[in-house]
Design a protein around this ligand. Structure first.
Ligand code: ARG
Length: 437
């Protein structure tokens, strides 16, 4: 395909997401390792682009390697208990320095704004502040964590106010107590708390480990929170970081964050692929399924038409006008993949004869897998049974093998309801197949 038309297709697919994400609040976590990466300027530039598209961004960054480096130069030992740093007063100095430096570096990169922009001098506004009130972790297992703390309260009202003024908010993993004490916080945990407190639309975790989860051949691109919990309890091959991120993603979604996304921070531009394509490139966690089978409504008519028009042109399906579809919409079941109709089927009941007609079964050409056809058929069979029907029939010209493999048997026109026989199109000469359900 020519490059131009690829671009046009790409843009058409991305446009609904550009629209959907405008004015939404996304909390993005990235590690201190990401900050230290030579590609970090690109990552920040990508954030400026998101901001220019009207996305309300809150960035929460880590500082672990930066602290390590300073501890080392100062000849101090890095002490952990259960994976959590113990921040004694001397280490706190390193923490303060690391947080300050990283914050300034991020601000500086964001101040560059958008490069190659036709709007000269357009500036990305950045805001940092004392949004996080913290409390000490205290003594655990007899170990005093000193200045290591956890979130006590977040000033979400101030964050929202700054977001309203089109600022990107940068939050470092530092919190203050009401008495002015300073605490070193886990940036990952902080990001989750911020997302929950702000009721963010998304929590996006830039993971150090390779994403999506799953295997190269069989990547896990989306999970409901229930499936994610199942994965956590069953999978033996998840690294510690993936496990933690998955737990954080679940926690956010169980507290009203609409979607959590885990993406590989090393993969250039992954954030755009995740946000502006339907299938994404990372792992999406949400409390509701990403793809659902449901009864059609009038709003689905356009989507169904997009799906069936090519099949009507090639003669696989009988042509249906928009008007017919609108009147018959209650007979339709659709598969909705994040707003795109990727499958449909209709069931027309002939109650007196105990028969149902399965019609108009179609799948989107890019989504023919995942047993969608079989699942549609099963769904239609279930609906037919609940209507008290005992058999379903189908009239088909080109796909009889598919139905034969699924329990349909060749039958005669005379086996069909009278009304259907009267309308039989002899020119089309469809095969009659019936299944007892
Ligand atoms: N672009 C959409 C969003 O930002 C869908 C992303 C789907 N991603 C996935 N890994 N399944 O919400």
């Amino acid at each position: 395909m020519a490059c131009e038309s690829l671009f046009v297709d790409w843009f058409r697919d991305a446009a609904p997401y550009i629209e959907a994400h405008r004015n939404r609040t996304f909390v993005i976590y990235f590690s201190g390792e990401a900050v230290a990466d030579s590609d970090f300027a690109h990552t920040i530039h990508d954030f400026s682009i998101l901001n220019s598209l009207g996305i309300r961004l809150v960035l929460v960054h880590g500082i672990r390697p930066q602290i390590e480096q300073r501890l080392k130069s100062a000849g101090l030992e890095s002490r952990y208990h259960q994976g959590i740093r113990i921040t004694d007063p001397k280490s706190l100095e390193c923490v303060k320095e690391a947080a300050g430096t990283v914050r300034v570096e991020i601000e500086a990169l964001l101040s560059m704004g958008l490069s190659n922009s036709p709007v000269p001098g357009q500036k990305t506004r950045v805001c940092t502040g004392n949004f996080v009130t913290a409390k000490p972790l205290g003594v655990r297992d007899g170990i005093d964590f000193c200045h290591t703390g956890e979130v006590r309260r977040l000033d979400s009202a101030s964050i929202r106010e700054k977001l309203d003024q089109n600022n990107i908010i940068v939050i470092s993993p530092i919190g203050y107590s009401p008495t002015g004490e300073i605490f070193n916080l886990s940036a990952e945990r902080l990001a989750v708390s911020v997302a929950i407190d702000l009721l963010a639309d998304k929590l996006i975790i830039f993971a150090e480990s390779e994403m999506p989860l799953g295997t190269r051949d069989n990547p896990i691109r989306q999970l409901t929170t229930i499936e994610a919990k199942g994965l956590l309890s069953q999978a033996t091959n998840l690294c510690d970081a993936s496990r933690r991120h998955l737990e954080q993603a679940i926690e956010a979604c169980e507290s009203e964050v609409r979607r959590s996304h885990l993406i590989d921070r090393r993969s250039d531009g992954a954030i755009f692929q995740e946000l502006f394509t339907r299938d994404g490139i990372g792992t999406l966690v949400s409390s509701t399924p990403f793809e659902v089978m449901r009864s059609a409504t009038l709003r689905d008519v356009a989507g169904i038409l997009d799906l069936i028009t090519p099949l009507e042109k090639s003669g696989v399906l009988v042509a249906r006008s928009r008007e017919v579809l609108e009147t018959e919409i209650s007979c339709f079941t659709v598969i909705d993949r994040d707003g795109l109709i990727v499958g449909c089927a209709a069931l027309y009941p002939f109650s007196q004869e105990g028969l149902g007609e399965l019609a108009c079964i179609a799948l989107h050409r890019e989504y023919t897998g995942a047993s969608r056809g079989t699942r549609l058929l099963e769904h239609i069979e279930k609906s037919a049974r609940s209507l008290g029907l005992s058999r379903i029939f189908v009239l088909t010209t080109q796909t009889s093998h598919w139905f034969l493999e699924r329990g349909f048997v060749p039958s005669d026109l005379s086996d069909l309801p009278r009304a259907k026989q009267d309308y039989y199109n002899y020119r089309r000469n469809s095969k009659v197949l019936i299944k007892t359900i």
